[in-house]
Ligand binder design. Structure first.
Ligand code: HEM
Length: 510
């Protein structure tokens, strides 16, 4: 009898515990945002969210308004789509809203890197030091040198023009921008190991191309890897790729390189100094490769495509770049040296700046996530005060709530290269309901987790586009072809990718 009573009690506890975990007892408490658990226990809306996060959130916004809580794979996410609340969330103290807990889980899953809470702020300080200010000038110059190596080939005497070449624009832009950025950050082949400069350059070209090929394989698997939804075959491939990158970027290999950026070398020295083992430092470098190279190339693709589809924008940007070159005593003409664009020159291109920002508005779509560490309140712009529950997650999706909001950006689906700049070169203000907005475009995130590489990324994209416009003839193979749709399986991870590539022709001018 006692046995059966104990057995039934255990069964009840397990059943109730199971139901609790599945979310069966969760009820909306007073002052909490609308709660929608969907109909599938535990999973909630995981499949709809994974399929097309933007479409799903847009549907939920129509149903519940700007602030709502949904169940996704066992976690309760409160989405805040009211842009006037963004400041309160991104500036909230770390004791209430924490970025690190969620990020640490993700980076362990996708890069095998186990992050230590205590080192995060020091690591962030290295980024501030080397990706901004004087460090940025050095990096911009290194990237320029590598673009020249990758893109600008000397003509042999007597040769008129190079022949047209055809390629996929996405592949071309991603490849060149990845390789120039990678070589600038992770260093180049040492002349000593190859005997001479030419051989070292040749090896840089071959090695960076191989690395890009493998990076793209990983890139394609990335969203499903992050969601833990890879099939066994793909899982094995992701493991192989991780090992490939850990080895390619390893401490032992990178110490043989020249010109390793201070951003990479000082972070690595710091980790070594506090006793982080070599294998974990290799993984850290892989994580940084992803952060630094996964978005810049795709953004350069969209910008170049939009310029090619909008002749008035192309003319304005090209004219601006040529004017800056002239002002700095440079010109692209037969026999003259290849142009050298410096960080200082990049500070005088308001139309190009606006075109980059407009491109990011259209295609950069991160989801910013914080863990709620204690119950807290959040005041919406309409005056309602909501309670956010400890243990839940808060998420922002600025692409939907501000970047594509027609109230803030009229005709949001259109590319308007000068959307962010006034005719006199000053920056425009943006409003919602007549109130000025602080957060009207958030490709870089905001607050504690804001992208520390944003100035470097912008410089890379501008250098690449400026060189393409000044040194190359460019045309789409089919100029009637529409801009391809966005691949909706990648919402939330940064810059979106197209569902297919676009063929183009290019020819170096002189
Ligand atoms: C167009 C290019 C880029 C875009 C759209 C972009 C976007 C972002 C976003 C949205 C975040 C924040 C994620 C979050 O809050 O969860 C982020 C973080 C980060 N980005 Fe970028 N990024 C770009 C290029 C770069 C480059 C070139 C570098 C470095 C050279 C870089 C380094 C980082 C790092 C280290 C973090 C993590 C910051 C932290 O955890 O505190 N990014 N990026």
């Amino acid at each position: 009898m006692a046995f059966w009573a104990a057995f039934l009690c255990t069964l009840m506890v397990l059943l109730l515990g199971g139901l609790y975990l599945l979310g069966a007892f969760r009820r909306r408490r007073p002052n909490e945002p609308p709660l929608d658990k969907g109909i599938v226990p535990w999973l909630g809306y995981a499949l709809d969210f994974r399929k097309d996060s933007s479409a799903f959130l847009s549907k939920m916004q129509r149903k519940h308004g700007d602030i709502f809580t949904v169940l996704i794979g066992g976690y309760y996410f409160t989405f805040v789509l009211d842009p006037f609340c963004f400041g309160a969330i991104v500036k909230e103290s770390r004791s209430k809203l924490d970025f690190v807990t969620f990020a640490a889980k993700l980076v362990l899953q996708v890069f095998g890197y186990k992050s230590e809470k205590t080192v995060n702020s020091t690591i962030h300080a290295f980024s501030t030091k080397h990706l901004m200010g004087d460090g940025l000038s050095l990096l911009t110059q290194a990237t320029m040198d590598n673009f020249q190596k990758l893109m600008l080939f000397k003509l042999s005497s007597g040769e008129e023009k190079r022949p047209w070449q055809e390629a996929g624009l996405f592949h071309y832009c991603y490849n060149i921008v990845f390789r120039a950025g990678y070589l600038a950050l992770y260093g180049t082949e040492s002349y000593q190991t190859t005997d001479n400069k030419e051989k070292a350059h040749e090896q840089d070209l071959v090695h960076s191309n191989q690395l890009f090929t493998e990076f793209r394989k990983y890139d394609r698997l990335f969203p499903r890897l992050a969601y833990g939804m890879l099939l066994p075959k793909d899982k094995a491939e992701a493991e192989r790729l991780k090992r490939f990158f850990w080895d390619a970027l390893s401490v032992s290999k990178s110490c043989q390189k020249d010109n390793v950026s201070r951003w990479i070398s000082e972070q690595d020295q710091f980790l070594a100094g506090i006793g982080v083992p070599d294998y974990m430092r290799d993984r850290f470098k892989f994580m940084m490769l992803w952060a630094s190279q996964g978005n810049t190339g795709p953004t350069a693709f969209w910008l170049l495509l939009y310029l090619m589809k909008h002749p008035e924008a192309m003319e304005a940007v090209k004219g601006e770049v040529e004017k800056v070159l002239r002002e700095y005593g440079q010109e692209v003409k037969p026999g003259s040296p290849t142009v050298n664009i410096t960080r200082d020159m990049l500070d005088h291109t308001p139309f190009l700046d606006s075109a980059v920002e407009e491109t990011l508005r259209l295609v950069a779509a991160p989801i910013l996530i914080r863990s709620v560490l204690q119950d807290m309140s959040l005041k919406a712009s309409g005056g309602t005060e909501y309670t956010l529950r400890k243990g839940d997650r808060v998420a922002l999706f600025p692409h939907l709530s501000v970047q594509m909001n027609p109230e803030i950006h009229p005709e949001p689906h259109k590319f308007k290269y000068d959307r962010f700049v006034n005719p006199d070169g000053t920056r425009k203000d943006f409003y919602k309901n007549g109130k000025r907005l602080k957060y009207f475009n958030m490709p870089w995130g905001a607050g504690v987790s804001i992208c520390p590489g944003r100035f470097f990324a912008t410089a890379e994209i501008k250098l690449f586009v400026a060189l393409m416009l000044t040194h190359y003839d460019l045309e789409l193979v089919n100029d009637k072809e529409e801009v391809p749709a966005i691949d909706s399986s990648r919402w939330g991870f940064g810059t979106m990718q197209p569902v297919h590539d676009v063929q183009f022709r290019y020819r170096q001018r002189v």
